[in-house]
Design a protein around this ligand. Structure first.
Ligand SMILES: C[S@@+](CC[C@H](N)C(=O)[O-])C[C@H]1O[C@@H](n2cnc3c(N)ncnc32)[C@H](O)[C@@H]1O
Length: 205
């Protein structure tokens, strides 16, 4: 039971199962007592809403980072392309309008801070220590590794690193997030504390 969870959460466009949403919420509720949360890859705001609802009772914030131009798999002709999110006048995907509509409907405008930028650009001048980082951005190996390298240095000791789309079997899904997970575990900086569907939750030691 998540207080304030929109009754239409299943209809919000996105790629998170209910169990993954609950795990994000539970971990963010604890972590956000110590600082803000940052997610890389907000899309239409589904994960943002779970994180925002967790931050609210702690007077914390979610930085919702996304350039809103879609990942490779969202582009026209690709498997996860959604024509509703395509701006034909500009010839680009644009998920920001839908993101904002969903965050506003959930009553989270004062908790969610949208950062409409590429992950690497946003990280360049970043100074704020983070209590939780959720990686769910681009799924090419280069992009996923960049997200890890750019943002993990900002994660506080004891903070939570969540990674979506972990598939040990390449037949089930792309391997880049799992490569990031293995890199994090091999670094000795993290312990795995929870796995729900394809969501991994790690704690920074
Ligand atoms: C899988 S979707 C995120 C799904 C979302 N977390 C949810 O709950 O439904 C990935 C998002 O990452 C964004 N993205 C991809 N590469 C990015 C980058 N380098 N910087 C910022 N955003 C990026 C895309 O625009 C897309 O909206």
């Amino acid at each position: 039971m998540i207080p304030g969870l929109p009754t239409n959460i299943d209809q919000i466009k996105g790629f998170l199962s209910a169990g993954e949403g609950q795990a994000l919420y539970d971990n963010a509720l604890q972590a956000s007592q110590s600082g803000p949360v940052l997610e890389i890859g907000s899309y239409c705001g589904k994960s943002t809403i779970y994180l925002g609802l967790a931050c609210r009772p702690n007077n914390s914030s979610v930085f919702a980072l996304d350039h809103h131009r879609g990942s490779e798999e969202h582009q026209p002709g690709e498997f996860f392309h959604d024509p509703d999110l395509y701006d034909a006048t500009q010839g680009v995907l644009d998920s920001f309008r839908e993101f904002r509509r969903n965050v506003t409907s959930a009553g989270l405008d004062d908790v969610v801070v949208p950062v409409v930028a590429g992950s690497e650009s946003a990280a360049r001048q970043w100074q704020t220590p983070l209590a939780m980082v959720f990686i769910d951005g681009g799924h090419s190996l280069a992009t996923a590794l960049t997200d890890y390298r750019c943002w993990v240095p900002h994660l506080q000791r004891g903070g939570v690193l969540a990674i979506h789309d972990l598939f040990e079997d390449a037949y089930e899904g792309g391997q880049a997030p799992y490569a990031v997970f293995r890199l994090a575990m091999a670094s000795g900086l993290f312990e795995e504390v929870q796995r729900v569907d394809s969501l991994g939750i790690l704690r920074r030691l």
